[in-house]
Design a binder for this molecule. Structure first.
Ligand code: HPA
Length: 274
């Protein structure tokens, strides 16, 4: 089935559940951040398991729900739980959720994720506001998946993938709530293993500040279909080899949990100001 037909099926199902609620802003909540969201009015929860053709979250720390509602009059949808290439999905399948958001009416997308940092000024607990990325997954969700004009042109510009105004608003908001934040470049890897010290040295030389196993596929799909993107990377650890400690997923979840309070405060501002 062409992806448009598949996405339309999901959208029709969701619209029935939400009575055609039209979200303007979407948040994809990264590892452990699914609960770090402000309380929404008129909340409707649609589990991924019920949506035809939708992927399922399989990783600890990722619930699988679309949460719709409004915050101070602003209509939002939160993807509580995301999908990763290392779960075994085909790259193409990553486009389904973001394209569903697009057809639901989303214009702005906040993509968040946990990362390891190569920037000594970005320590665990800090936020890296993405200004660019390097796709090191050697794959792309749009390959063989770009022939439906409803989702944008096959060839599209990536020079301003991460919206400048949204970044500016975010940095100001971080300052206001006392959250350490700095702009940086995200490099995406497939995982599931963490990197080697030599890989991290190479990534640093390439110009990356933080490394993670998600974000980029979603951003590519969103930019193709004209959604404005804000990328937020929560630093959960220094990248491999920078400190002498071994890395673990438990640490990622633990540090994300610690970041919850600040992340929630930030969303309270961003849902209104973006
Ligand atoms: N590497 C890749 N992905 C990650 C890391 C890391 O060090 N920390 C959290 N997600």
């Amino acid at each position: 089935m062409a992806q448009l037909a598949q996405v339309k099926k999901a959208v029709n199902f969701i619209n029935k559940q939400t009575k055609n609620f039209k979200p303007e802003i979407a948040l994809i909540a990264g590892s452990g951040l699914g609960w770090a969201v402000p309380p929404l009015d008129n909340k409707v929860i649609v589990p991924y398991t019920t949506i035809p053709g939708f992927l399922q979250s399989t990783v600890p720390g990722h619930a699988g729900n679309l949460i719709f509602g409004s915050y101070k009059g602003h209509n939002v949808v939160i993807m509580q739980g995301r999908f990763h290439f290392y779960e075994g999905y085909q790259m193409k399948e990553f486009a389904i959720s973001v394209r569903t958001l697009k057809l639901l009416g989303v214009q702005k997308l906040i993509v968040s994720g946990a990362v390891g940092s190569m920037d000594l000024k970005l320590r665990p607990g800090a936020l890296c506001v993405l200004k660019d990325h390097i796709n090191f997954m050697c794959n792309n969700p749009l390959i063989g998946n770009s022939r439906e004009p409803e989702f944008g042109p096959m060839f599209f510009d990536m020079s301003t993938a991460y919206d400048k105004d949204m970044r500016k608003i975010t940095l100001a908001a971080c300052k206001k709530i006392g959250l350490r934040a700095r702009e940086g470049v995200y490099i995406s890897v497939t995982g599931p293993n963490f990197e080697t010290p030599s890989e991290i040295k190479m990534f640093k030389k390439m110009g990356a500040s933080v490394v993670g196993m998600s974000v980029v596929p979603e951003v590519l799909v969103a930019r193709q279909c004209g959604i404005q993107v804000l990328g937020l990377a929560v630093v959960t650890n220094m990248a491999c080899g920078i400190e002498k400690k071994p890395l673990s997923h438990e640490q990622t979840i633990r540090e994300s949990k610690k970041a919850e309070v600040n992340f929630k405060k930030l969303m309270e501002i961003l849902f209104v100001k973006l």
